[in-house]
Ligand binder design. Structure first.
Ligand code: GDP
Length: 294
């Protein structure tokens, strides 16, 4: 994960540390290299620009340049700013009512159905009683896929086949959960290959009837800036509460993880780190920043 970015930044900072005393022009040169490394990692252009400006401003202060370990201090500034860029601290899912309602949205193939099962398992392990609701009526295998996963987990899957509207399915699924003592409802909604008006209208309809506590956009980390653009569009329409970044176990360059919070204002809350249903983690900006800097 982020290997290339990590290697590049470590090279820059090895040089800085090796220098002892630093001048403004050393910082300038280092920031030029950090900028290129971030752009090559597919981080959003404006995000890179703002990031570099902040780090440069903090680094050229006299107390840093004249300190005994200026290289170390600049690395700390970069580390702290990277952490800020990714949201600062971890963001938990927040449920204000019972049953709590999570709505997963996103494009086809992003990993929604898999994530629905991963979330169900996560909360089952916390002694909650989750209900999965199969509202993706367009992708032919989605309902079956969720049923198979539900069976594997021992979690009930609410389905009405593919002849009812997703809005009705979610409405009745929620009623079913309320009547039967579930504490968490997870909607697996439909995706499309591209964002279109009909999909958004349908998702807005679900939000209206179910008033979810969490509207989480699932995006594929491997798609870089496309994931960021998707997040921007979904957020403008649905006012999402957070993002789930999947496929972080793959060879992703880092652009999505580093840009999403700054571009959308919404935090990455969870990450998918593999195809198995246990492969779910909370997103820790601090650990991620440390990992990138090695
Ligand atoms: P959906 O169309 O959004 O419901 O996507 P699916 O849940 O069907 O996932 C699409 C593909 O991505 C499947 O082959 C999943 O196994 C795979 N997938 C989902 N999440 C992850 C992940 O975190 N890591 C990896 N490597 N694969 C994932």
């Amino acid at each position: 994960m982020f290997q290339n970015l990590s290697d590049r930044l470590q090279d820059v900072f090895k040089k800085l540390k090796g220098k002892g005393k630093l001048t403004e022009s050393d910082i300038k040169e280092a920031m030029r290299e950090v900028r290129i490394a971030l752009l090559e990692a597919d981080v959003n252009f404006q995000v890179v620009k703002d990031f570099i400006n902040k780090v440069r401003e903090k680094s050229v202060g006299q107390e840093i340049l004249q300190s005994l370990t200026p290289g170390q201090q600049v690395i700390k500034i970069v580390r702290d700013e990277l952490q800020e860029l990714m949201g600062g601290t971890k963001s938990e899912l927040v449920f204000k009512k019972t049953p709590g309602v999570v709505m997963l949205v996103g494009l086809q193939g992003a990993g929604k159905t898999t994530m629905a099962a991963k979330l169900a398992l996560r909360y089952k392990k916390k002694n909650k009683k989750p209900l999965l609701v199969a509202a993706d009526i367009y992708r032919p295998a989605a309902i079956k896929q969720l049923q198979v996963l539900g069976e594997q987990l021992g979690v009930e899957v609410f389905t009405m086949g593919d002849k009812n509207s997703p809005v009705d399915i979610c409405k009745l699924g929620l009623e079913h959960a309320k009547k039967n003592g579930y504490d968490l409802v997870i909607f697996d909604t439909a995706g499309r290959l591209h964002i279109d008006e009909r999909l958004m209208d349908e998702l807005e309809g679900i939000v209206k009837v179910a008033n979810p506590d969490e509207i989480l956009l699932v995006v594929d980390a491997m798609t870089g800036q496309d994931a960021v653009n998707v997040a921007k569009s979904f957020n403008e329409k649905l006012d999402i509460t957070g993002v789930i970044l999947t496929k972080l176990d793959g060879d992703t360059r880092g652009g999505a993880a580093l840009s999403i919070k700054a571009v959308t204002g919404k935090p990455i809350k969870l990450v998918g780190i593999g195809e198995k249903i246990e492969d779910l983690d909370v997103f820790h900006p601090d650990r991620m920043a440390s990992r990138i800097l090695g």
